[in-house]
Write a protein that binds this ligand. Structure first.
Ligand SMILES: NC(=O)c1ccc[n+]([C@@H]2O[C@H](COP(=O)([O-])OP(=O)(O)OC[C@H]3O[C@@H](n4cnc5c(N)ncnc54)[C@H](OP(=O)(O)O)[C@@H]3O)[C@@H](O)[C@H]2O)c1
Length: 296
């Protein structure tokens, strides 16, 4: 049997050691690590993967695309997929900045307590994604919109929130998305307060070490059943949630912190690497990672 080779295409100058270690732990036997990868630079690297092994051995070669610049990694992902033709292809996983695995783990956590698997019930749900313009927040919003949840994308900039909603709507035409200008201090009666008060789910996906929902504003979230804070760096993204919280009952809500979600994120990442070597045609973006997470 041919050895399992993972070709790591990273848009940063140095390929991520985190992604390399997870790959080895998940069963990759040989890592070919490339940094500074652009769409053009990816093409000959992909040809090398396509034209060396044949038959069943082709499934023992796969590609991981990462890096801190999500847009750059997405451009590489598109070019890699365009480079394949017919059956001459290998499986590909896209997880720049851990955004896809983190977002899918957050939605898996929410789905343990909310009926996200039932389209009718999910259609009655409302979610607010704070810090919704970042790599992780955008994907949380996209995954929830695809489930039928009405999603409010909050940002300090209304135009950025609008841009993100537009991008998600292009990918999810039936998605119900609402851009919202976030307020530093949330007071009753404002659009932000109304969104918080009507949310079944609140996900904080803001930058590390930034509090987006203070205790007073949390008091407005009387209907909220699940709160998830993805920020692991103090202070918390949602005041009162510890990074280690995992399905902790806090008043009427269930709360998760970043580390509480992180275990599922790691499981999804490892399972996705394993999935790459099962066929030659897997293309694993956030939606496929969510499906893997839901099946764990
Ligand atoms: N558990 C894990 O394994 C894992 C993996 C990856 C990421 N994370 C965490 O998930 C969170 C989201 O990651 P990310 O990469 O998407 O985050 P990010 O791009 O750094 O920030 C997300 C959004 O936060 C807002 N923001 C930035 N600085 C702010 C400030 N000073 N005040 C208020 N809002 C601010 C920005 O939105 P606007 O400018 O539009 O307001 C930005 O788009 C981070 O806390 C990150 O550490 C966890």
């Amino acid at each position: 049997m041919a050895r399992k080779i993972l070709i790591q295409l990273d848009c940063d100058p140095q390929p991520s050691t985190f992604d390399s270690i997870v790959a080895v732990d998940a069963g990759a036997e040989v890592l070919l690590r490339h940094g500074n990868v652009t769409p053009d630079a990816a093409v000959p690297l992909v040809h090398g993967a396509m034209f060396t092994r044949g038959g069943a051995d082709l499934a023992e070669t796969a590609i991981f695309i990462g890096g801190s610049d999500v847009a750059a990694a997405e451009a590489v992902y598109e070019r890699v997929r365009q480079t394949f033709f017919g059956p001459v292809r290998v499986s590909v996983l896209l997880d720049p900045a851990g955004a896809n695995t983190t977002a899918s783990a957050a939605v898996v956590a929410a789905g343990r307590h909310l009926p996200l698997g039932d389209p009718t019930a999910a259609g009655a749900l409302r979610a607010v994604v704070l810090g919704g313009t970042g790599p992780v927040g955008q994907r949380v919003a996209r995954l929830l919109a695809r489930k039928g949840v009405a999603v409010t994308v909050a940002s300090r900039s209304l135009s950025r929130a609008e841009e993100v909603c537009g991008r998600i709507a292009a990918a999810v035409p039936a998605g119900r998305l609402q851009p919202l200008q976030a307020e530093g201090t949330i007071v009753a009666g404002t659009a932000m307060a109304t969104a918080i008060a009507s949310a079944d789910l609140i996900v904080a996906a803001g930058a590390a070490g930034v509090t987006l929902l203070h205790t007073a504003a949390r008091g407005l979230a009387s209907k909220t059943r699940v709160l998830i804070d993805l920020n692991a760096v103090p202070p918390a993204g949602i005041e009162g949630i510890a990074a280690t919280d995992k399905a902790r009952q806090d008043g009427r809500a269930i709360v998760y912190g970043a580390l509480g979600v992180g275990g599922t994120k790691m499981k999804i990442h490892r399972a996705a690497i394993g999935r790459l070597f099962e066929s030659t045609d897997a293309a694993l973006d956030a939606e496929e990672l969510l499906a893997i997470g839901e099946a764990l």
